[in-house]
Structure formats: structure tokens, C-alpha cells
Design a protein around this ligand. Structure first.
Ligand code: EPU
Length: 416
């Protein structure tokens, strides 16, 4: 199993290009199910999760061909509208095949995802929304068995804001008869990117990016070409890494407008960023101020940046309160950060982080994707050699992270 070795204490300097967004790419790959014509995607990140999604789609009969960062998907025929347990258990985003399969084939059999490291993560909203659109759904031996001759437009109000729930229902509604209105919808930029792709395929969707999305169903969708948006979480991770090491880094090819909450927190911490078109430059000169934060659905502070901000706060000047409101078990990095000398106490879903003068190297274990990113940042700060085990989590969501960090001057290497 691969590990990462990081020798910390060196400021990051230079320029790095941001890759396409994992959480936009995964639903958009599933959108290919909705049309028999080819869907051409650009700026597709080379990630293990994208690879897993291609394998899942291939099992259904969706062909895909990659060339550089482009991917052409072709779902001329769907042979097998099934997402088996073996795939869903390795990647929960497989649930995103449910809506498109049902809309295109009139049936789908998708394994129920289990709980995962960061929380229980039920999919009741996906199921209730499809039922509201007329689907018959049974749960059988751990599988969601869904049937509908043709889905019908409906008004559905989500009980809570769910990103993949919104995406699943939005995709299903594109081919339904009549109008679907989704209220309390997720406003994440990845939802907007998916809607843009679906509209390019001939769907009629308005309101994406607000909490009310309206979809006028059409009888068929066609092929299209779409470029995946830049990854705001990768951008944020590098911004925090630069701030943590006292560096000076420019992130190019990104979408600064999707990062307001993160940039605001960094500014509060005393780290100023300058924006020039699609480039964000971040430079830290002085001491880091402690800042408190609660995660929230977009446009609030993203839960996917919580571990990274916590790593930064371990070396700030005072105490910070970090509250996780989206997932019930997303604090597993705390124990590992403590191994590096961080002073953190957890009470319920809040961590109190007391800034220390320094962190010192240790062996640590990655527990989930974003926790791993937090540990990488802590490793870049800590004196000595930190070794991070189980980095397969990182490979799911960060493209060549060690190459990108090395190019910025980090002492980091992969150990097989
Ligand atoms: N929830 C329910 N019922 C549902 C759906 C969600 O109770 O039917 C709850 C969840 O348990 C959670 C909350 O609602 O407490 C929000 O979950 P959401 O459905 O929004 O999460 P998700 O769609 O499964 C996506 C991202 C996550 C990101 C969250 C929150 C993808 C593929 N995944 O997950 O990304 O943390 O939104 O922004 O888009 C990551 O990239 O590391 C990652 C975990």
C-alpha cells in the first residue's frame, strides 16, 4: 500500500494548475446514460473515482474513451441497468446512476450504499423524490429496485440540502413528462455545472444555483460537448497549504467566484489573496490569526475544506472553534493531527483547536479523502519526516497531488 513521506518546514512557492472537479465530473459522467448519442467531456480529472465510475458505466454498456483530459462516453444501448454492491461500496457516488438509469431504461437496480467513514449518509431523499415522480421502488436484499414506464414531473421539497440527491432528481426529471420543481435544492457550483451540461444536451432546466430548480421534461436528450468546471476543493486545499507554510502560490485555471467562503476565512486569518481572472495568488507574510468556522451547504464554508482549515489552525496564534454541521463523524483527522503535536479537543461536533508554535513529524493514517488532505497540510508544516499511510483515499480525489506539491518546492514523495 502506498504511503506519502513529507519533510515539512519549507514554504511553497510557484504556480499550479487546478484540475477538473471530481464532484462535478462524477454526476456528469452519469448524465451520459441519458442519451444514446456521444457525450464529449473536457477537463476531466485523472482520479481513481473517475476510473471507478467509468468501470461502473462500462458494466452497464456505456463505452468511454479517454484522450488527454477529454473523455467521450457513448451509451447507445444500456445492456444492464445495474449498479452492483461491489462498485457502490467502493464509491458512494455510484448512487448517481439511479436517476439517469430509471429515466432512460424505465428500470434500475442500484445497491444501497452502506454507512461510510464520515457518517451514515442515507439516500432516503433520492428515493422519496423518485417516488414523487411516480417510480415504484422496492428495497430488496440491499438493492434499490426502481421501475417507472415514464417518470412524471412533480413538486418535491428536500428535507435537507443534499448535493447528489439534487443531482439525481434533476437528471431523472430531464426525461420525465411535464414539469418538475425541486425546492430546498443544493446550490453547489457542481449542481450548476451538471445543469449546464444537461442543458447543452437539450434539457430545459432553470434555477440551478438557487434553492428552486425547475425542469421541463423532454422526450429525448442528444449528445454535447462540455468542459468540467475547475475543482474548488483542490483549489482551496492548495490555498491553505500555501498559507500554512508561509508561501507564495498562484493557482491558475480556477473559479475564484466559487471560493468566497474559503477566501473570506483566509483573509480573516491574515492571509490575503489576490484575484486576476481565473488565477488566485496567495501570499502569507505575518502570523496566522485563529478563526472560527461552521461548515454549511454552499455558499457556506464547505465541509470538504474543514480538515484542511483545522490543520491550518493548529499553528495559528490563539484558539479556534471548528463546527461540522453536515456529517456526523467527520473529525477523524483530529486524533492524527494530535500525533503531530496539535492541541485539539472535541466536544460533540465542535473541535477547539489551540494554536501551537509548531508541529512535529510522526506516522499518521489517512481515514478519508479530505482528512488525508488535512494531514498532508499538517505534514508540510511539521518539522521532520511525516509518513501518511493509506493514501489511496487521496488518489480518489486529488490528481497527482505529490507532483503538484513537489513542483511548488515541497519535500514530498510516494513510497510504495
Ligand atoms: N442526507 C440524508 N438523506 C439523503 C441524502 C443526504 O440524510 O437522502 C444527509 C447526509 O447524511 C448528510 C447531508 O444530508 O448529513 C448532506 O449530504 P449530501 O447528500 O449533500 O452529500 P453527498 O451528496 O453524498 C456530496 C459530495 C461530498 C460532499 C457533500 C457535501 C459528491 C460525489 N460528494 O456528497 O464530497 O462532502 O456533498 O457537500 O458530490 C468529498 O468530495 O470528499 C465528499 C465527501
Amino acid at each position: 500500500m502506498d504511503k506519502l513521506s513529507i519533510t515539512g518546514g519549507f514554504p511553497l512557492h510557484g504556480e499550479v494548475r487546478v484540475s477538473g472537479a471530481k464532484n462535478a465530473a462524477l454526476p456528469i459522467l452519469c448524465a451520459a446514460i441519458l442519451t444514446p448519442e456521444p457525450l464529449v467531456l473536457k477537463n476531466v480529472p485523472k482520479l481513481n473515482d473517475v476510473h471507478t465510475m467509468r468501470s461502473l458505466l462500462a458494466q452497464m454498456g456505456v463505452r468511454s474513451e479517454a484522450e488527454d483530459d477529454a473523455l467521450t462516453l457513448s451509451a447507445a444501448d444500456i445492456d444492464w441497468p445495474l449498479a452492483p454492491y461491489e462498485m457502490v461500496k467502493t464509491m458512494r457516488a455510484s448512487i448517481l446512476a439511479l436517476g439517469p438509469l430509471l429515466a432512460r431504461c424505465g428500470e434500475a437496480r442500484v445497491s444501497l450504499p452502506g454507512g461510510c467513514a464520515i457518517g451514515l449518509r442515507p439516500v432516503d431523499q433520492h428515493i422519496k423524490g423518485l417516488q414523487a415522480m411516480g417510480a415504484e421502488i422496492d428495497l430488496d436484499h440491499g438493492y434499490i429496485e426502481a421501475k417507472a414506464k415514464r417518470l412524471s414531473g412533480a413538486h418535491f421539497v428536500f428535507d435537507m440540502v443534499t448535493v447528489t440527491g439534487t443531482e439525481n432528481l434533476m437528471m431523472a426529471a430531464t426525461l420525465a413528462s411535464g414539469r418538475t420543481v425541486l425546492d430546498n435544492a443544493a446550490r453547489e457550483p457542481e449542481v450548476v455545472d451538471l445543469a449546464d451540461c444537461l442543458n447543452a444536451m437539450g434539457a430545459v432546466i432553470s434555477g440551478a444555483g438557487t434553492d428552486r430548480i425547475v425542469i421541463e421534461g423532454v422526450s429525448r436528450l442528444s449528445g454535447a460537448t462540455h468542459a468540467i468546471m475547475p475543482d474548488r476543493i483542490e483549489t482551496g486545499t492548495f490555498l491553505v497549504a500555501a498559507a500554512a507554510t508561509g508561501g507564495d502560490v498562484a493557482l491558475t485555471g480556477t473559479r475564484p467566484d466559487t471560493l468566497d467562503a474559503v477566501l473570506d476565512k483566509l483573509a480573516e486569518a491574515g492571509v490575503a489573496a489576490t484575484i486576476d481572472g481565473s488565477t488566485i495568488r496567495i501570499k502569507r507574510n505575518g502570523r496566522l490569526k485563529s478563526v472560527s468556522m461552521r461548515t454549511a451547504p454552499y455558499p457556506g464554508f464547505p465541509t470538504d475544506m474543514q480538515a484542511q482549515l483545522m490543520a491550518l489552525m493548529t499553528v495559528a496564534d490563539d484558539a479556534a472553534m471548528i463546527t461540522e454541521t453536515i456529517f456526523e463523524n467527520r473529525m477523524m483527522h483530529v486524533q492524527e493531527l494530535k500525533r503531530l503535536g496539535a492541541a485539539i479537543e472535541v466536544e460533540g461536533n465542535t473541535a477547539i483547536v489551540r494554536g501551537a508554535q509548531k508541529l512535529t513529524a510522526a506516522n499518521v493514517m489517512a481515514t478519508d479523502l479530505r482528512a488525508s488532505a488535512g494531514l498532508v497540510i499538517a505534514g508540510l508544516i511539521a518539522e521532520g519526516e511525516t509518513v501518511i499511510d493509506r493514501i489511496y483515499h487521496l488518489d480518489r480525489g486529488y490528481e497527482r497531488i505529490e507532483d503538484k506539491l513537489s513542483a511548488l518546492g515541497a519535500r514530498i514523495c510516494r513510497v510504495s
